[in-house]
Design a protein around this ligand. Structure first.
Ligand code: 5GP
Ligand code: MN
Length: 337
């Protein structure tokens, strides 16, 4: 492992740097990556941001997001940058498998890898780690890295503050999850004083739905929501025909699972979607119920205790049956307080 002193020395000279994040980046992944891109560029480095896939349209206003190279669309170019990089910043993921198709080229790269992340059980691909699974968002850790480890608050521009604000806002469900500590509010206050326009950011992220997306939400609530009061669980199972009927694109299903969790008394919510190439699961829970355990034990995934995900190769109906069959095993925890 590198020390922060060595890392500071490396960053004192212009360096070829790649920044990357997880597949289907969310607000925290993209916000952290763009903040790091802007900060490193301002320090004179040659920096490329390579994202493994496209991302939701509600993030397409973010400062400098158009500079992100989308791996699936520019594989050869991106591979070249990764092979030439001296440093690779890996933000908001704990294992290289979370970058999907980029996994092999990242694993083969001899660049020094710097991980900034808040997911449990890091794989150990990195040479420097700024990691805390208790942190509400990776964007908070990026702020902490710049301000406290590198002592460079003065370089946080309004654009960087905007990116970091978006990351913390989206990963805390607008500052309402348990992870939202007093420290988070202090950092958010600082980001506003550094130029993040909080009200505008909320508008851009949360009031930018297409008509299709809203009608899809109505359809799912009426026709696809299943409530199992005996297990304090509710879930949606969405077919590929449903997605096609409403022209659903990346990001349109974001937040849907929270509607199942918003029912009074529900402790576990799931969104099970047929993505054609596989079935994707998103789980959310309240309190101490470990959604990540179900994902890790049964659905090739993991995540945080209250927000986890996974995938399965069985057909949709069988994945739903499997999910329902798992619930009795957790009955005590689901019904307990
Ligand atoms: P989402 O439900 O929004 O896709 O993901 C919620 C959280 O679950 C993510 O922040 C991530 O920690 C975790 N997660 C989602 N999908 C996967 C997966 O396929 N594998 C693992 N290990 N974690 C996942
Ligand atoms: Mn995150």
């Amino acid at each position: 492992m590198l020390t922060i002193t060595t890392l500071k020395q490396i960053l004192a000279e212009p360096t070829r740097i790649v920044i990357t994040t997880h597949y289907k980046p969310d607000g925290d992944a993209l916000g952290s990556s763009l903040a790091m891109l802007l900060w490193l560029k301002a320090r004179g480095h040659d920096v490329k941001l390579i994202v493994p896939s496209d991302y939701p349209s509600f993030l397409m206003w973010m400062p400098h997001q158009e500079e992100a190279i989308i791996y699936t669309e520019n594989k050869d170019l991106a591979d070249g940058f990764i092979q030439q990089a001296d440093l690779i910043f890996c933000l908001d993921f704990n294992g290289l498998a979370r970058t999907q198709d980029m996994q092999a080229v990242l694993r083969n790269s001899e660049a020094t890898k710097i991980m900034i992340d808040h997911h449990l059980e890091p794989e150990g691909f990195d040479q420097f780690r700024h990691w805390n699974p208790e942190s509400a968002a990776t964007a908070y850790l990026v702020y902490d890295f710049i301000v406290n480890l590198l002592d460079d608050r003065a370089s946080i521009t309004p654009e960087i503050a905007t990116c970091l604000y978006t990351g913390v806002m989206t990963d805390t469900g607008s500052f309402r999850f348990q992870s939202t500590t007093a420290e988070i509010h202090l950092v958010i206050a600082d980001l506003i004083s550094l130029g993040a326009k909080n009200s505008e950011i909320h508008e851009l992220v949360y009031n930018s739905s297409s008509e299709n997306r809203l009608k899809f939400l109505g359809f799912c609530l009426l026709n696809r929501l299943v409530v199992l009061p005996e297990y304090k669980t509710a879930y949606f199972a969405i077919t590929k025909e449903d997605l096609a009927r409403f022209n659903i694109i990346t990001g349109d299903t974001e937040g849907l699972v929270n509607y199942a969790l918003s029912i009074s008394g529900i402790r576990l919510a799931a969104l099970i979607i047929d993505r054609t190439y596989q079935i994707k699961l998103s789980l959310r829970s309240v309190g101490t119920f470990p959604a990540n355990e179900i994902c890790a034990n049964y659905f090739n995934g993991g995540g945080h205790r209250n927000a986890a995900g996974g995938h399965d190769d069985l057909p949709l109906e069988q994945v739903v049956d499997k999910f329902r069959a798992v619930l009795p095993l957790y009955k005590e925890q689901l019904l307990g307080n």
